[in-house]
Ligand binder design. Structure first.
Ligand SMILES: C[S@@+](CC[C@H](N)C(=O)[O-])C[C@H]1O[C@@H](n2cnc3c(N)ncnc32)[C@H](O)[C@@H]1O
Ligand SMILES: [Zn+2]
Length: 423
């Protein structure tokens, strides 16, 4: 198949992303109103906004390949036009084969065309199956993949069992979830149904979303006597992603279950606390800070959701590439590397200041004061005004008041001395 003579029956255009060029649906041709979400209107899914997501996937896959130091096999069971897989095959050194799949026949045709256009037919196979059916065919020991990138609309949970069966011992499973309304507590019943854990509408709901997805992965892997090891995760725009290696061993699965638990949260004073263990009877009913009724999220994953070494490997990879999103990615990676060992959950300055009717001070100054007082304090990539700290909610609020008051005093003093100077 040659570029230029391909007829798919809908408007297309060639775009460049990362190190490749591919043919994609011309999104403008499919929207009638500016409010319409173009990627879901097109006959084949393509979302330019997910470039950063794909960039990080390329970098992380390269980082993972370097840890193995051998050729790897990759599968993208929900691939759309094939852009992500083509980038894996072209941009990641050591990728031996990629299996690209989509249930949509037009997506299959377009992905096939893109694979040919990029001269990758020898290493990249395109399939047109249901993702679970496809993965079912790769469950036998010698057929399994080194890495699977599962990038669905909504939750990845319908594909978890078959992806876990099709991953090699030590393989990397990458999961996207875009159903943020259930995961962030807008539709709690849907979250309990899909992920087996209760969400909460709190300021740190994006972290809860990662932990709910991770919990669902850990419990599903445990059924297969496999343990998970989350090396990286991130939240951006309207989705979350987790990157986890999986290894065989009932003991590993048992150890993982010890990382399951709950986060109790007081809606009145914002006090929160992680509680490990799966038995809900142990959960307190009243807030230890203000005695109000306490709510909870979970069961969810309370283990680590990032690994410093893996972040460093990804950071090394981004330095080697001239990505349009390079600066943004470096910022995300440096924030994540610094929050690796930080306390679970975060406060959001905007929200607390809103509640207390205070102006929002710079995050840096609040973090500096918390540290001076002997607390741990870190920014988080989850929220630009978020702070992870071991200080209690009551103390954090009191301290915030004093930070704002002392900033106001400083401004007043400056103004006074300026006035005195002009006399
Ligand atoms: C979010 S899009 C994938 C985007 C792509 N990974 C990327 O990076 O551009 C999800 C894709 O899953 C496909 N899909 C939905 N259900 C499927 C199923 N059961 N089996 C295989 N593909 C499916 C859709 O046709 C759609 O192309
Ligand atoms: Zn309370």
């Amino acid at each position: 198949m040659k570029a230029g003579i391909f007829k798919i029956g809908f408007p297309t255009e060639i775009i460049q992303e990362g190190g490749v060029k591919v043919l994609v649906p011309k999104l403008k041709a499919f929207v009638k109103l500016p409010s319409e979400y173009a990627p879901s209107k097109a006959p084949v899914f393509y979302n330019p906004v997910m470039e950063l997501n794909r960039d990080i996937a390329v970098l992380a896959l390269q980082a993972y390949q370097r840890t193995l130091n051998r050729e790897i096999s990759v599968c993208e069971p929900l691939a759309g036009c094939g852009l992500r897989s083509i980038r894996f095959a072209r941009e990641v050194k050591g990728v031996k084969t990629v299996v690209v799949n989509d249930i949509n026949v037009k997506a299959f045709q377009l992905a096939n065309y893109n694979v040919h256009m990029n001269e990758l037919s020898e290493r990249v196979v395109v399939k047109n199956e249901d993702a679970n059916f496809l993965l079912g065919g790769y469950g036998a020991p010698r057929k399994r993949f080194d890495a699977i990138d599962m990038d669905p609309f909504g939750p990845p949970v319908p594909y978890l069992d078959s992806a876990i069966r099709a991953i090699r011992n030590g393989g990397l499973l990458i999961l996207t979830a875009t159903d943020m309304a259930p995961l962030c507590g807008v539709h709690p019943k849907a979250c309990i149904r899909k992920y087996g854990g209760k969400p909460l509408r709190t300021e740190y709901c994006h972290e809860l979303a990662v932990r709910l997805l991770a919990g669902s992965l850990a419990m599903t892997a445990a059924k297969h006597d496999m343990g998970i090891n989350i090396v990286f995760s991130h939240s951006a725009d309207h989705y979350i992603r987790i990157y986890s290696t999986l290894s065989y061993g009932a003991k590993k699965a048992d150890e993982n279950i010890k990382n399951m638990g709950y986060i109790i949260h007081c809606m009145k004073c914002s006090h929160r606390e992680p509680i490990k263990g799966l038995s809900p009877v142990k959960l307190p009913r009243k807030c230890s800070e203000c005695n109000s009724k306490i709510d909870f999220a979970g069961p969810l994953w309370l283990g680590k959701i990032f690994e410093e070494n893996f972040c460093l490997l990804i950071e090394e990879e981004v330095k080697k590439r001239a990505y349009k999103n390079g600066k943004k990615i470096r910022k995300i990676l440096s924030l994540i590397r610094n929050e690796v060992d930080a306390p679970v959950t975060y406060y959001v300055l905007d929200k607390i200041c809103d509640e207390l009717a205070l102006p929002v001070p710079p995050l840096k100054s609040f973090i500096g004061v918390l540290r001076k007082k002997g607390f741990k304090a870190f920014p988080t990539h989850f929220n630009p005004t978020g702070v992870r700290t071991d200080a209690s909610a009551t103390f954090a609020k009191e301290l915030l008041r004093t930070v704002v008051a002392s900033r106001e005093q400083q401004v007043l003093n400056k103004f006074k001395s300026k006035m005195e100077g002009t006399r």
